[in-house]
Design a protein around this ligand. Structure first.
Ligand code: BGC
Length: 524
């Protein structure tokens, strides 16, 4: 399955307010389909005060007017379906906005919602109940003067965490999901689902030895034993799966944090979610040995029908063309990354603009919107560099909007606009289409097994990532040079070659340049 992730604020504006919207997405469906996309995942469009740009939901059943209306979403789902694509919503249920009616009721102890969130008394000296910290910096506990208690928030203080230990909360969330399944969505991406439960005894986390030397802020100084990754999560995921199965709907879990690979495996065990992605391939690290270790672990440890899900870019991390290509030509890096994505076993996610080879954008502090980045600037510049508007053409604001966009259009993106790339058969965009068409055409790629040669080899150490994909009657070899130097590789005969880049002949030798790749059929 190929999922295309849309960050709706930055995809296409239709009403001239500088912010992308649902009618804008509708107007670009043919473009999305031209990439071979099966399903669109739209980052949240629910009603929200937008402190975390939609990841703070104040009403799960309505569309925020910034993005349009329920009727617009209906039209999007219908038109996408006519083109053969489903639409998945981003279910952000680990927390709500503090402006959600549930939180308002909870802080006033009304409507039986007293413990719908995680409330706790202060210690006798007034300090918070334990040492839990927020991912976005500072304490994870915020004092509520009305209730005279602290509430817990994994992310911003305006994003209080729901209390999943309360059965009424679980049931309510399943009801919200059912509402959208009835509406006709193809499934959900589950935001931060390893954060659903916390330790009922509120035990403090132990320190993570040595982490204080390199973590961005104290959140990274702890082993997160008690504030996330709790053993109760899988049972709730099984309830979600039972609901999804009533509608034949699909699910993708987002599992954040370090050492999350095992959780992605646990969360897609039989009876749980369909697939899950961690941030292991969204980090800066990208040596062949490292990438291979991630892919190999997923290939061998995944149970039953559950599949891995891979995102090389998304709305939370620097774009891969820059992240894995420091000092390199982004277009060359982008092609290799698209080819790699097309060869991976499982579900793959393509983030808007990845198909254009967009590098990470520079956003000056005065224009920065992301609260996470504003807090840690300039050591950490936040997530706006991957969230700038998509360049569509050579017109004003690159065809994204008739007004100044909410984040600045990146000058390095202008020449990479869609219209220019449509006109160039050798563009990254047209390459992306070829790469995904190759994936669809070969069962070995979209449905086959993956194997790596024995243990890590010298080649891997030098930077060569090599694996084979096999399905009945079809076998392919996939080579990617993730290293710093050209590597000699066996040359397949021309009729076996499916896709290649940065490949060079030197006498009798075939060399893969850095960021080179080669995908070829194998003799059966
Ligand atoms: C989303 C982020 C968001 C956070 C809080 C994440 O994992 O992908 O964009 O800020 O959840 O909802």
């Amino acid at each position: 399955m190929l999922i295309y992730q849309i960050y709706p604020r930055s995809f296409q504006d239709s009403n001239g307010d500088g912010i992308g919207d649902l009618p804008g997405i509708c107007s670009r469906l043919a473009y999305i389909r031209s990439l071979g996309v099966d399903t669109i995942w739209i980052s949240p469009v629910f009603k929200s005060p937008m402190r975390d740009f939609g990841y703070d939901v104040s009403d799960y059943r309505s569309v925020d007017p910034i993005f349009g209306s329920l009727a617009d979403l209906r039209r999007l789902i219908d038109e996408a379906r006519q083109l053969g694509m489903g639409v998945m919503l981003d279910m952000v249920v680990s927390h709500t906005s503090d402006q959600h009616a549930w939180f308002e009721a909870s802080r006033r102890r009304e409507g039986g919602k007293d413990d719908w969130y995680l409330w706790a008394d202060a210690k006798p000296d007034g300090s918070p109940p334990n040492n839990w910290l927020s991912v976005f910096g500072g304490d994870a506990w915020n004092w509520d003067a009305a209730r005279r208690q602290y509430y817990f928030h994994t992310f911003l203080e305006s994003q209080p965490d729901l209390n999943f230990h309360n059965p009424a909360v679980q049931q309510q969330l399943l009801d919200e999901m059912r509402y959208w399944l009835e509406f006709g969505v193809a499934g959900f991406r589950f935001d931060a689902c390893n954060h659903y439960f916390q330790d009922p005894q509120l035990r403090s986390n132990p320190p993570a030895p040595g982490a204080h030397t390199h973590a961005l802020h104290p959140y990274g100084f702890q082993q997160h034993l008690y504030d996330k990754n709790r053993p109760e999560v899988p049972a709730f995921l099984a309830r979600v799966r039972a609901l999804l199965d009533e509608y034949g709907a699909y699910s993708v879990a987002e599992v954040g944090g370090n050492d999350a690979l095992q959780l992605t495996i646990d969360y897609v065990a039989p009876g749980r979610l369909h697939c899950a992605y961690s941030f292991d391939l969204l980090r800066a690290t990208h040596s062949a040995a490292y990438v291979r270790s991630v892919l190999e672990r997923l290939a061998t440890d995944l149970p039953g029908p559950g599949v891995a899900c891979y995102a090389l870019s998304n709305h939370d991390k620097p774009r891969v063309a820059t992240r894995w290509g420091v000092g390199r030509e982004p277009g060359v890096v982008a092609r290799q990354m698209l080819a790699l994505l097309a060869c991976l076993k499982g579900t793959i996610c393509l983030y808007q603009g990845e198909e254009l080879g967009l590098p990470e954008a520079e956003v000056p502090f005065e224009r920065l919107q992301d609260p996470y980045g504003r807090r840690f600037w300039p050591t950490f510049k936040g997530r706006d560099g991957c969230r700038t508007p998509l360049p569509w053409d050579g017109g004003p604001h690159a065809g994204f909007s008739s007004a100044e966009p909410w984040l600045p259009m990146s000058s390095t993106h202008l020449a990479l606009n869609v219209a220019a790339q449509e006109a160039d058969p050798d563009s990254v965009l047209n390459f992306a289409r070829r790469a995904f068409a190759m994936r669809r055409a070969h069962a070995a790629l979209h449905a086959g097994d993956v194997t790596f040669d024995g243990g890590p080899t010298d080649e891997t150490e030098l930077g060569l990532l090599r694996f084979e994909r096999r399905a009945a009657g079809s076998a392919l070899v996939c080579l990617f040079n993730l290293g710093e130097q050209a590597l000699a590789v066996p040359a397949p005969s021309p009729e076996r070659m499916l896709l290649s880049g940065a490949l060079r002949k030197e006498g009798a030798r075939t060399l893969l340049e850095p960021n080179g790749f080669l995908i070829a059929t194998l003799p059966s």
